[in-house]
Structure formats: C-alpha cells, structure tokens
Design a protein around this ligand. Structure first.
Ligand SMILES: CC(C)(COP(=O)(O)OP(=O)(O)OC[C@H]1O[C@@H](n2cnc3c(N)ncnc32)[C@H](O)[C@@H]1OP(=O)(O)O)[C@@H](O)C(=O)NCCC(=O)NCCS
Length: 199
C-alpha cells in the first residue's frame, strides 16, 4: 500500500503514557472532557458541555481506525496506571500527506492537570519520539495569537516561532483568528538534542 506508515503505537514514560486510543477508552475520554469544558472551550472548537461515554467510545474507535489506516494519528495522554486520561494530542497530516513527512502537533491537557508543566513535557516527548521513531522531518504547532499558554508551551519545548498568519482561520462566531506558527526540524532538533544512537 502506497503512502502507508506502520506507526509506532505508544511511548511509556514515568509521568505519562502517550498512545493511540483503543476501544474501551470512551468512558475515560468522557470523564476528562466533562471535567474540562470551561478550560477547553476558548480554543478547542469541537468541545461540548457534555459528552457521553458512548459518544466518546465511538470517537475513540474512529481515531483507532484512522490510525491503522495511517490517515491521522490521534493520541491520548494517559496516567502511568492507565486509569485516567490526562489529555489528548496527535500528529496530524495538515501540511500535506505522509510523503511530505510533515505533521502538525495538536494538544489539550485536562483542566486539573493544566498549568503544572505537563503540556511542555508532553510536547518535548512528542518532538523526541516524532524525530526518533516516526519519519517526520518537520513538526509544526499552530495556535491563536491570544492563546498565551499554548504559544509559551511551544517556546518552552524548544520549537521555533516561524511567524504570524493574519486572519487565517474562520471561527464559528464569524470572527477570524490570527495564528502563530511554530516548527521543529528533524536535523536541527537531533543535532541539538542528540541522535538516537548517541543517547
Ligand atoms: C495549552 C496547553 C496544552 C498547555 O499545557 P499546560 O500543561 O497547561 O502547560 P504548562 O504547564 O507546561 O505551561 C507552559 C507555559 O504556559 C504557561 N501557562 C499555562 N497556563 C497558562 C494560562 N492559563 N495563562 C497564561 N499562561 C499559562 C505556563 O505558565 C508556562 O509558561 P512559564 O513557564 O513561562 O510560566 C493547556 O493549557 C491546554 O490544554 N489549554 C487548553 C487547550 C489549548 O489551548 N490547546 C492548545 C491549542 S493550540
């Protein structure tokens, strides 16, 4: 099959596990989202005040299916014991298909775990993993210019601010947002942070 990727499935670190969603994760996703609505609402445009376990289970299965089809790589951030969803992330093919070897990282952290350094740690892990175990040559991060936490997270993780896209994204209320774009490049990242064989 052309343009296919046998994607890595998970990475286990002392403070969290990042892995593809699986059937059965719906209740954990529902619990995390229902306790994070006000926190996520400003910048996560898909979030709703209440999301049932069934609805989330369906979404987890869809994410899993698209992962196996190598169409989109949505990942959950789980507690080390696996009993809590700490947030969501992923490598998204928003800058072209797999052949470009570009992906955009997205992320949300649940309300009661945010602002404690987790987002930065997860992003650093995704940059290491993405350049060492995945084929990515370029990883990007986009955020609303008013999203201070998001822009700061990208900066702290070592991504480079490339610029500002003016009025590039239409919002549901009719406004258009300005977007910062950050990136990290494989060769640059590995030369600064060490190649896998040297680690
Ligand atoms: C953006 C997000 C993923 C960052 O994760 P996090 O775990 O909260 O981030 P960290 O704790 O690692 O903090 C990273 C930096 O952001 C700052 N920050 C975190 N929350 C903040 C807030 N509400 N307002 C201002 N700065 C904030 C931190 O202070 C830190 O910077 P500093 O060390 O210079 O003080 C998380 O806050 C989130 O889920 N937000 C809602 C969804 C969202 O906006 N996702 C990103 C879309 S592009």
């Amino acid at each position: 099959m052309e343009n296919y990727l046998f994607a890595p499935d998970r990475i286990d670190l002392p403070e969290f596990t990042i892995r593809s969603y699986e059937p059965g994760d719906g209740p954990l996703m529902s619990e995390a989202l229902n306790n994070s609505y006000e926190h996520l609402r400003p910048y996560m445009y898909w979030v709703k005040p209440y999301q049932s376990s069934e609805e989330c289970e369906q979404r987890c299965r869809l994410f899993r299916a698209r992962y196996l089809l190598a169409e989109d790589f949505v990942l959950g951030i789980f507690s080390p014991a696996g009993d809590r969803l700490l947030g969501g992330t992923g490598y998204h093919l928003r800058e072209g298909d797999l052949s470009t070897r570009n992906a955009e990282i997205g992320m949300w952290i649940r309300a009661d775990a945010a602002g404690k350094g987790l987002g930065t740690k997860v992003l650093v892990a995704l940059l290491h993993w993405g350049f060492e175990a995945w084929p990515w040559l370029r990883l990007s991060w986009r955020c609303d210019t008013t999203n201070v936490a998001s822009a700061r997270t990208a900066e702290k993780a070592g991504m480079q601010k490339e610029g500002l896209l003016r009025s590039d994204f239409p919002l549901a209320d009719g406004r258009r947002r300005d977007t910062y774009i950050f990136s990290a490049l494989r060769e640059e990242w590995l030369s600064q942070h060490g190649y896998p064989a040297q680690r």
